[in-house]
Design a protein around this ligand. Structure first.
Ligand code: G3P
Ligand code: CA
Length: 240
């Protein structure tokens, strides 16, 4: 199975920061996953939540804040004082880290809570500037943004995200020739996913941090996992 570092090497480093991505870049895994939002003044930044409350010393919504203000906050200390001073990274900065590596990059567009009109165009433009289009996988829980993306460009690959257990997943794989189903670990263990795999869909599962789950998903025919502990999973995969 392929391994993606979820929000970078996020178990031991502050998630979605340059530190976490630099750490992931050292591991010869298949790829990394990151989440994208947009500031009030239009800068694409890498962060999971819509608000910065959980992961910084600031408070508030990213879409209501200018980039300069966002950069003034500390996104490392919540994880440990040794990480103090980490700033929120831009999408440009994260892509730069992987310019010289082989990793695939899964950009999750976080439009399922706040809609960020036109986010898909901004992200496509940024990727174009880095000349990395063939290494990018776009994903979202908001399947409409992926559809709009497919109208504007022919992305390398799109991943349809699902958090819940579904009855019938098989039809989703038809959205684009190169689409994959990105499902939660709970959903991955259920029959609908088993059926989707049997029908030829490619499935990736998040967030998989236990070795026993890695082994189970491999037996089920899952294509890849997203993990907060890429080094542990990489060692396990290669010791097998
Ligand atoms: O892309 C897999 C996973 O990251 C989706 O869930 O909440 O961690 O962004 P979340
Ligand atoms: Ca994500």
């Amino acid at each position: 199975m392929d391994i993606f570092a979820h929000r970078g090497a996020s178990r031991y480093f502050p998630e979605n920061t340059l530190l976490a991505f630099k750490e992931a870049a050292k591991i010869p895994i298949y790829g990394v996953e990151l989440d994208v939002h947009r500031t009030k003044d239009g800068v694409l930044v890498v962060h999971h939540d819509e608000k910065i409350n959980r992961t910084s010393n600031g408070k508030g919504f990213i879409h209501e804040m200018d980039f300069a203000e966002l950069r003034s906050y500390d996104f490392g200390s919540w994880k440990g004082e040794q990480f103090a001073g980490q700033q929120i990274p831009t999408l440009h900065e994260v892509l730069d880290i992987f310019r010289v590596t082989h990793h695939m990059i899964n950009i999750e567009l976080k439009t399922d809570v706040y809609s960020y009109p036109g986010l898909e165009e901004d992200v496509l433009q940024t990727v174009l500037e880095h000349d990395m289009a063939e290494r990018i996988i776009y994903s979202s829980f908001d399947h409409e943004i992926l559809e709009r993306m497919l109208e504007k460009a022919i992305p390398n690959e799109v991943g349809l995200l699902f958090s819940k257990v579904l009855i019938n997943l098989s039809e989703y794989g038809q959205m684009a020739g190169s689409s994959t189903l990105h499902v939660s670990l709970i959903a991955a263990k259920r029959n609908a996913v088993k059926k989707a795999i049997e029908l030829g869909n490619r499935v990736r599962a998040y967030t998989v941090n236990r070795i026993a789950d890695y082994d189970l998903l491999e037996d089920l025919g899952v294509d890849a996992i997203f993990t907060d502990e890429p080094e542990k999973m990489y060692r396990h995969a290669y010791e097998k």
